[in-house]
Structures are given as C-alpha cells and as structure tokens.
Design a protein around this ligand. Structure first.
Ligand code: MN
Ligand code: MN
Length: 403
C-alpha cells in the first residue's frame, strides 16, 4: 500500500471539523493523520504547508518505529546573510545537530561579486548549481590556479589553502560542504581582517615598504562585495607566473559521464577521478517511480542536498529503529555512517540529489547484492523467501532501481 492510498483513505473518514476548511487551497483534499483504525483527525491548529510537504512524518509508514534524530533541515529555514550583491546561508550542527561531521553553505554571488580572499580550518567541497564562477587558489609550494567553473563542476579546497570566489556574467549559485559540522561561514580567516589586526610597523617590515602605505586598508571584513566583472580567464592568467598547481583543486564534473541504471543515473566523484579530494560525492538522478536502492555506507556519513523533485527516505538503525523523512529541492538530509537507507522518488518529475561523504572513496553495501552473494539456503533460512524473490537477487551493482 502506498502512502498516497493511505492519505485518500484517511480523508474518507468524514469527521473533519469545520475549521479544517480554513486552508487557503479550498479544493485540496485535507489530509488527516489516520492510518486504518489508527490515528484520528487533527482539529488544528495546523500548518497545512508543512503537513503537505511531510506526509511520511504526519502519517508515518507502519514500519517506522522508535527514536531516530531529525534527519532533515531545509535551507529555507536557515538564517540568510544578505550582503552587497549576494547572500549566504548555512546548515551546520547548530541548525542540524546530527550532522557533526559535515556542514553546508548555499551561496549566491551576482555578476562580478566576490567572496573575499580567505582560508579556513576545514576542507571545502563545492558544487556549482547555477551560472559560472571563477576560483583562485595558491598552494604552499607557491603554485597557483585560476579557473572558471560551470554548473555541475566541483572543487576541493584543502584546509588552510587560501582562495577566493567570484561570480561571472550571470552570477552564480553554489553549494559548499565542509568536513566539520561545527564550521561557520561567518568564522573564516579573511585577508582584510588579518591585515587590519597586524601592527602597521609589522606590515611595513613584512612587505619592505613604509607603514604609511597601509593607511587605507579596510578596518573590517569585506566578506561579500561588488567588483567589476573580471577580465577573460586567459588575460588574467597572463598577468600571473606560469606555475600551475601539481594536483588540480577543480574537477569539471559537468563533463563526467554518468552511469545509467533502469531507474536513473549516478556520477561518482572521488579520489579515483579527482585525486586531491578528501570528500567524495555521488550526483544521483532518480526517475519518477525509481529508487536509490537499499544500502549503507561502511565508512562515511552521507550529507545530502536535494536539487530537484520530491523524495522520501527511511533510515534504519539497530534495535528496530526506523524513521521516514520527505525531501524536496533545497532540503538537506543526513544519514549516519552504517545506517540502512533508500531514496525513493515520490513525485512526477526526476529527483536530483547530491550525496557528499566524509571519505576519499565512495563505497556502499547493497542489501540486494549481499543477499545474492550469500549461500541461498542461508538466506532462505533467515527470511522464508520464495523462489520469485530468490531468483530476483542480483549480484551486480544496481544503484538506482526502476519501478
Ligand atoms: Mn572557503
Ligand atoms: Mn547512501
């Protein structure tokens, strides 16, 4: 039985108090928290928009059980820092306590707008969502990179490596994931603040010029600020020494071929194709009716960002704990290391979701493959499965199954 059927059945019970009609969508079926003989109508107060977006929280599947931490936080509920020409918001362990190992930032920079030169204590993985963007970095050997990235491209800035980000013609929106949940975008080490908090006589000695040359440096951070659009990439590169970094910090993942399955496709970005990276990622497309198969990750937490579509995920933990969450574009999800999960497309359009792992390599254990590669009598002895199921077991990787 699907949740859709449950919802229709629940609304047929006919005991809706008049005030439930106070929804701003008069023709919409009013969903009630009723599953068969369980539950009862909710007379309100209710937030219909939140109920509608979270049907498996409001009317959980019968298989849900016990307590699991919250595994969903929408960027739409994260404080947005509006700056001159851009904005930034973050989902860290302060917003989302389960995500101790990773934090995320969603940032928009208009044309020419710069995220100030800075560095931080954490490694930074990035995925370009919209528009084009220019990244600058310098490594400890005195090598440099200046690169333009397009939607679908990624970068990895190791801890302590200085960098800047600038929106190009149409501006840009991107996702950043850091390898510590305690990270804050508001607490990075900034070039303006470093200079402002160094005695001018030290600045003078450091650069070999007199102190009065530093009379006009900013007294405080610039963080996000407007500049004219930069010159074309080749012009800018000519202004700098020809000293390319030995291991690129950027990876043109937009050109990476996805692996296709019956129910969708997966791009894998990890240290096998992007050697510098310490965070690995899957870019997953799930067709309507399709599902990222039941699996878990033996060595990494999974930090999720939903780009398109509607999905649900049940996470399973020891002692019969299971809880189901609903996700849509702009939501963050999280799966603690080793806990079982699937991602099911519950909508009518494709789901696109990014999974970022705090490990260099993407690895997972598939439930189906495990069962296919275990002596059949042992599987039958555990689960009383008939031959239809036994012959459906598949030893090959089938990351996204079809309906
Ligand atoms: Mn950064
Ligand atoms: Mn997973």
């Amino acid at each position: 039985m699907t949740t859709q059927n449950v919802r229709v059945a629940a609304t047929a019970s006919g005991d809706e108090p008049a005030r439930l009609k106070e929804t701003n969508m008069p023709n919409e079926t009013i969903v009630q928290p009723i599953r068969g003989t369980f539950g009862a109508s909710d007379p309100g107060p209710r937030n219909f928009d939140i109920d509608r977006q979270n049907p498996d929280i409001f009317i959980p599947p019968e298989t849900d059980n016990g307590s699991l931490p919250n595994l969903k936080f929408p960027f739409g509920m994260a404080h947005n820092r509006l700056e001159d020409g851009g904005w930034a918001r973050e989902v860290t362990l302060r917003e989302f306590p389960v995500s101790k190992s990773m934090a995320g930032v969603n940032m928009r920079l208009g044309p020419g707008v710069v995220r100030e030169l800075h560095w931080h204590k954490e490694a930074e993985w990035a995925y370009i969502i919209t528009g084009t963007v220019r990244l600058t970095t310098v490594d400890p050997e005195g090598n440099l990179s200046v690169d333009d990235l397009a939607p679908g491209d990624v970068w990895l800035i190791p801890a302590g490596i200085p960098h800047s980000i600038q929106g190009l013609e149409e501006g840009t929106e991107f996702l950043l994931v850091f390898d510590d949940g305690n990270f804050s975008e508001n607490e990075t080490l900034l070039i303006t603040e470093y200079m402002a908090h160094t005695p001018p006589s030290v600045l003078a000695k450091n650069f070999g010029v007199s102190a009065d040359n530093f009379a006009h440096i900013p007294k405080k951070e610039k963080y996000i600020f407007r500049l004219p659009l930069p010159q074309p990439l080749e012009e800018v590169r000519k202004q700098l020494p020809n000293r390319p970094v030995s291991t690129p910090y950027v990876y043109p993942a937009s050109k990476l071929e996805a692996k296709h399955y019956k129910g969708g496709s997966v791009k894998t970005i990890d240290s096998r194709n992007f050697p510098v990276t310490t965070l690995s990622a899957l870019i997953i497309e799930i067709e309507p009716g399709g599902m990222r198969e039941m699996h878990w990750h033996p060595d990494a937490d999974e930090w999720q960002y939903y780009i398109a579509g509607e999905a649900r995920m049940t996470v399973f933990d020891a002692t019969s704990k299971a809880r189901t969450f609903n996700y849509r574009a702009g939501d963050v999800g999280f799966v603690p290391r080793t806990l079982g999960h699937y991602i099911e497309n519950t909508g009518t359009t494709p789901v696109t979701v990014i999974n970022v792992f705090n490990s260099r390599l993407c690895t997972d254990v598939s439930l189906n493959r495990w069962m296919a590669l275990t002596p059949p009598d042992l599987i039958r002895g555990h689960l009383n499965l008939n031959e239809t199921v036994m012959s459906a077991l598949n030893p090959d990787r089938n990351a996204v199954v079809g309906s």
